[in-house]
Design a protein around this ligand. Structure first.
Ligand SMILES: C[C@H](O)[C@H](O)[C@H]1CNC2=NC(N)=NC(=O)C2=N1
Length: 101
């Protein structure tokens, strides 16, 4: 099933429910701070599992104690779609368990 680009209004409405996430150009982004490099690494592995489950993948960056995501939908020409928000919500759900903020 093709995924359609969301309108600016649809993106703003969804972002209002996702504090910390922002629209950077045509990508949804968020960075998290963690308690250690190992904690950040574990969160990256957990996000990778979710991305494989959803078959939707962000650019996922591991820093010393940070995890950063940047995602858009390749198959929608690089636009933001519902699939990007689905991934963002799933990451928000797992973040507290890793002590991420
Ligand atoms: C074949 C596979 O389903 C596609 O390449 C998936 C994989 N992950 C993806 N991730 C993202 N962000 N956008 C896509 O269009 C996409 N497509």
């Amino acid at each position: 099933m093709p995924v359609e680009p969301l309108s600016q209004k649809e993106i703003e409405d969804r972002l209002a429910e996702l504090p910390g996430w922002t629209l950077d150009g045509d990508r949804l982004t968020r960075s998290y701070r963690l308690g250690s490099h190992f904690a950040a690494t574990a969160m990256v592995v957990h996000i990778a599992q979710v991305q494989e489950e959803l078959d939707h993948h962000s650019d996922l960056t591991l820093g010393y104690d940070t995890v950063s995501l940047s995602v858009h939908t390749h198959s929608a020409g690089g636009a933001v779609t519902e699939k990007d928000f689905e991934l963002a919500r799933r990451v928000e759900d797992l973040a507290p368990g890793h002590g991420a903020h």
